[in-house]
Every structure is written in C-alpha cells, then in structure tokens.
Design a protein around this ligand. Sequence first.
Ligand SMILES: Cc1ncc(COP(=O)(O)O)c(C=O)c1O
Length: 456
Amino acid sequence: MADRILLPAEKLPTQWYNVLADLPKPLEPPINPGTGKPVSPEDLAPIFPRSLIEQEVSTERWIEIPEPVREIWSIWRPTPLVRARRLEEALGTPAKIFYKDESGSPPGSHKPNTAVAQAYFNSREGVKRLTTETGAGQWGSALSFATCAFGLDCTVYMVRVSYEQKPYRKTMMEVWGATVHASPSEHTEIGRAIRAQVPDTPGSLGIAISEAVFDAAHSDDTKYSLGSVLNHVLLHQTVVGLETKEQMRLAGEFPDVLIGCVGGGSNFGGLFLPFLPEKLDDHPELRFIAVEPTACPSLSRGRFLYDFGDMAKTTPLLKMFTLGHTFIPPGIHAGGLRYHGCAPLISSLADQGVVETRGLHQRQVFEAGVLFARTQGIVVAPETAHAVRVAIDEALRCKETGEARTILFNLSGHGHFDMSAYEAFLRKQLVDYEYPEEAIARATAELAESVPGFEQ
Ligand SMILES: Cc1ncc(COP(=O)(O)O)c(C=O)c1O
C-alpha cells in the first residue's frame, strides 16, 4: 500500500454527518442571557442566516452538501491521508502513524471547509457582507477566500497584536478582497470603549468577536460568521472524518486513536465525530484525544459552565468548558488555540469521558513540529504541532510496550506564516507557561453572578 491514500474526485462526500442524531446524552441548549431561557431562532436571526440556524439545531443524521460548496471544495478536496513512515522510522516505533492533510487548501488549513459552506448559505439568502474575527489570521483568510468565491464582501476584525506582528495574513485577506481592521477598532462602539479604557491593549479573540457581532447586528444585509465552536461549524468539518474513514477502509486499517489540536474544537470534531458511532457501537477501545496548550487549558482545567462566547457578553450563553470570557491569553505562538472556551459538543463528550484531553507546553510542541518537518517535510502550523506531539508520544508509548497501534491525527494546517515562532524556538527564546489556577477560579466564580436570575 502506498503511503499516500488518495480518493478520486467522485468520492468527495455528498452529505455531512450530524452527530446530534447519535449523542449518548443530548446537549444543553444555548441560553438567551436577556431572558434566562433557551435561545429561539428569532434571537439568532440578526446575526446568522436561517439555514445555518436550522443546521445548528437539526437532529437529522445526514445533511445534504450543496453542489456549489462541493464545486469550490474540489479545488483541493478530497485531501490526502498519509502514512508518516519516515517519522515512524525515526521514532523506531512499531506503531503506524497516519495524518489527514488539510494543509493543501488555498488558505492553508481546514478552516475553508466551513467558510465555503457558510459563505454559500449566506449568499443564497441574499446576504451581501459577512463579518468575522480572526486571531493569527487562518480563519480570516479562509472566510476571505470563501466570500471571494461567492461574491460577498467581508470585514475581518483581526486581534491587534497579530495585525501588527503578522502582516502577511492580513495582505492575503486583502488579496481576496476583504477589509481588515485591527481590533479593538474605531469602527464599533465596543471597540472605541475598550480603546478609551486601555489605549495600548493588544486585543483578544473575545474582543474581536464582540466587534464582529456588533457590526453584523447593526448593519443591513450583513451577517456574522464564526469559524469554530458552534454545531454547524463542526458539522461542516465532518467532511474531514468522512473522507478519512473511506481512506482507512481503502488502506485496510482502522484507527486505535484519533488526535486533534483544539482551539474552538472544529478540526478535532471534524475528524473524530464521524467515528463516534463506531466507538459507541463495536469499537469501545477507540480513543479520541483533544490537545491544547497549558497556557490556555480550557478543556483540561476549565469549568463546565454556561459562559459567553465573547468578552462584551453579546453572544448567547453556551454550556462549555471555559476559563471565563474575561480571559486574556498569554502570548504563546499557537494563536488559534487561545480561546477561553470550547465547542459545547466536544465539551459535553469530554465531560462524559468520551474524549480525553492533554495539555502541552509550547517548547515540547515545537520540538515535535521540527521533527515532523525533518522527517515528513511539512512545516506544520504551531496549532497542528500540538497534535503531532501527542501522536509522537503515543507512538513512543507503543515502542515501550511493543504494541503496533494505529495512530491518526489531523494535520490541520501549514505554518508558512509562523516562521517567527519557529525562529524563536530554534534560537531557544520560547518560554513555557502554565495558566494559573487562581485566575481560572476567579474568572469562573464570577460566571455564577454574570446573568441576574440565571442559575448555573
Ligand atoms: C491550523 C489551525 N489548526 C487548528 C486551529 C484551532 O481551531 P479549531 O479548534 O476550531 O480547529 C486553528 C485556529 O485558528 C488553526 O489555524
């Protein structure tokens, strides 16, 4: 069997898998903070199109992928599944290591899988402009690419520190026609208020989300688009796991463990959720491992509570593992993993013990990224290197026990815009950081009081 397992164009999935049909325990609903009651579709209508609101709550097991979405996807999909044989040999492990390579999309990550779908559903409902936030720029560039494909305008609120330090992602977004503002900006009331209070703030994802939601809610023909966390985003990403299943079948393999890095949870969810029925049915030994930085340990050390998705408390309350919406992330290099919460879907499965979690320091992560580049050739994104590290650790465990397990991780993106991070690692300038317990305890204790009349 060749090391690259490719699917022909006609095997591009025609339906998404909706795990809400098969969950062992139903999700707790999002809450409207104004009423303390579950959100209604009308509550969400100012910021999301009707079709995505329907997908958010649908319990249909299979949802049709529209042809125009498949057509844009076919620029880079189906993506390869690759056996990392040179890495296996370098480690001297009896384990087999596979990766699903999502780095070959035009923006360089898994993010356009949902960006293209969201841009399509919005354009079909007459929306003219999408707003969003971006940290290091992967999501912003994915949405810029997707809106360009469907002729929509796009406004991206980019966390100020990244806007200043990573100008090339911003240029990429502008090449695709997007307008990019450093957040907090002068373009929204919320942005102006924060800048007045803290003029030199580096910004955060929580603040940028507030600005993007505010902009959409106060403009005609404009909706907001989120790149992770929500059910419909994870639904769109299931194309990754569905292709992977077919490719593993072609290879005559079945994984023992599936691994993904976790920011909001979309690339990990996209990979493992289509395998959940197998785990619940005839493969209880199948393991799912979510990997995050110790600097932003929402799943491994956060609290499972209702919290806001953003700093200014403009979103519904979501039941999720959270560090508290007031979280200002430490300046680690995996910008896409610095979100205070995690998808309710993944949080709930982690709470039930279906998903395992691991927290990693950034130096061990970059060590793995460099070993991967020197064996398999791809310089992965710092976010992705978290998954690589755990794949390596699992393979080294197999070396000790002599077990020939099959390990599979999601290669969520390349790191071609992250050279300053690799440079800092190679020059031994990176420091490890553990987010303090007192800060988590303080921020999450405040949650109980953040919505008058609402009990956690
Ligand atoms: C390459 C890459 N991987 C992973 C992530 C984390 O996001 P998610 O957990 O939604 O997959 C990001 C986020 O920006 C990313 O850019």
